[in-house]
Ligand binder design. Structure first.
Ligand code: PHE
Length: 357
């Protein structure tokens, strides 16, 4: 009995894999196994003998079964350990660069502009691209006979014959969102309104659809000086330069009074734009103090409140910042162009991480 015990427990301890364990189990406990055969011999023994050998054999059988189970579990553990050691993965490694599409420069610049103005307390408002003629013109102090309507090369939506209500238009600028924001939110108010706009025009610097971002601040003590500071902060942050010089040129817009077009000092040395130095001036936006009639159309009392507003072309400032020569390419969906000028899909521009890494 002790020999049997030593043999099998020894073999089990030395087994290196599950197949060997199974062979041992069959040799000891299988139908023709050594221990099984001994169990069968109990039948031929005298009752006295059986009383001595029966419990001993059963104890031996239990011991071998337990040793087999324990060894099996230990082998499984070390097999797992070996697999874990082999399948080692360094989760601190950078992701493999893989193309998953890219961000269009217009989306990128919209995000950049939004991040800059958000930092100055401006929210984002949006409006529909198909506008009523009231929001696009009348509410902005451009009545029916006003020449600005013709100048804007407006797309008018078709009206059925006999329907003489004024037609809807494809909005010609983002300024109607000023009116919508004032009516929605009241004063005080600070918003930017980015989005697509439409004018019937097509050449290297004009496309029938393009993008603007409008800015509007309304409060009891808003001044032109604040407009200037906000625009300076914006231009510095957007072009990522420490200093800029802005030039306010008197201009005219029906919805602002006074109105100014804003230029930034720049140089085009070697065909490359440098903002903040040089002897050239680059026009980037229109702006002014919101006309009292416009505040009124927005449901705001012009004797209590004033505001500034500005509007600029997103595509245009994208072309300037990223050196993109032809506006029309923005809308061609040419993959080679997108791969060249697009931005990494998972990089959100932010002021602290850098706008355009
Ligand atoms: N809406 C004007 C345009 O499209 C820009 C602008 C906006 C000017 C706000 C002044 C104030 O040209």
């Amino acid at each position: 009995m002790d020999d049997l015990r030593n043999t099998y427990l020894g073999q089990i301890a030395a087994a290196k894999d599950e197949a060997t364990l199974e062979d041992i189990r069959l040799a000891a406990l299988g139908k023709k196994g050594e221990i099984s055969l001994k169990m069968r011999e109990l039948g031929k023994m005298s009752p006295e003998e059986r009383q001595i050998f029966g419990p001993k054999l059963n104890a031996l059988k239990d011991e071998v079964i337990a040793a087999l189970a324990a060894k099996k579990a230990a082998l499984a553990d070390s097999a797992l350990d070996a697999r874990l050691a082999e399948g080692w993965l360094d989760v601190t490694k950078p992701a493999r660069p893989r193309r998953m599409g890219s961000i269009h420069p217009i989306s990128q610049v919209t995000e950049e502009v939004t991040a800059i103005f958000a930092d100055m307390g401006f929210g984002v408002a949006e409006g529909p691209r198909v506008e009523t003629d009231w929001y696009n013109f009348d509410a902005l102090n451009i009545p029916g006979h006003h020449p600005a309507r013709a100048e804007m090369d407006t797309f008018y939506m078709h009206r059925a014959a006999g329907d003489d209500r004024p037609p809807h238009v494809l909005r010609t600028h983002t300024s109607p969102v000023q009116i919508r924001s004032m009516l929605d939110q009241g004063a005080p108010l600070r918003v930017i309104c980015p989005g697509g706009v439409y004018r019937a025009d097509y050449d290297q610097t004009h496309t029938p659809m393009f993008h603007q971002v409008e800015g509007l601040a309304v409060d009891k003590d808003i001044s032109m000086a604040q407009l200037k500071w906000v625009l300076e902060e914006f231009v510095k942050a957007f072009f990522e330069v420490d200093d800029v010089e802005l030039r306010f040129r008197a201009s005219h817009f029906p919805f602002t009074e006074p109105s100014a077009e804003v230029d930034i000092r720049c140089s085009w040395d070697g065909g490359q734009l440098k903002v903040g130095e040089g002897d050239d001036w680059l026009e980037i936006l229109g702006s002014g103090m919101v006309h009292p009639k416009v505040l009124q159309a927005g449901g705001i009392d012009p004797t209590q409140y004033q505001g500034f507003a500005f509007g600029m072309g997103i595509d245009r400032i994208a072309m300037l910042k990223y050196g993109i020569p032809d506006l029309r390419a923005f809308f061609d969906s040419d993959l080679r162009w997108l791969r060249h000028y697009g931005f990494a899909a998972l990089d959100m521009p932010s002021l602290h991480a850098g706008l355009s890494r």
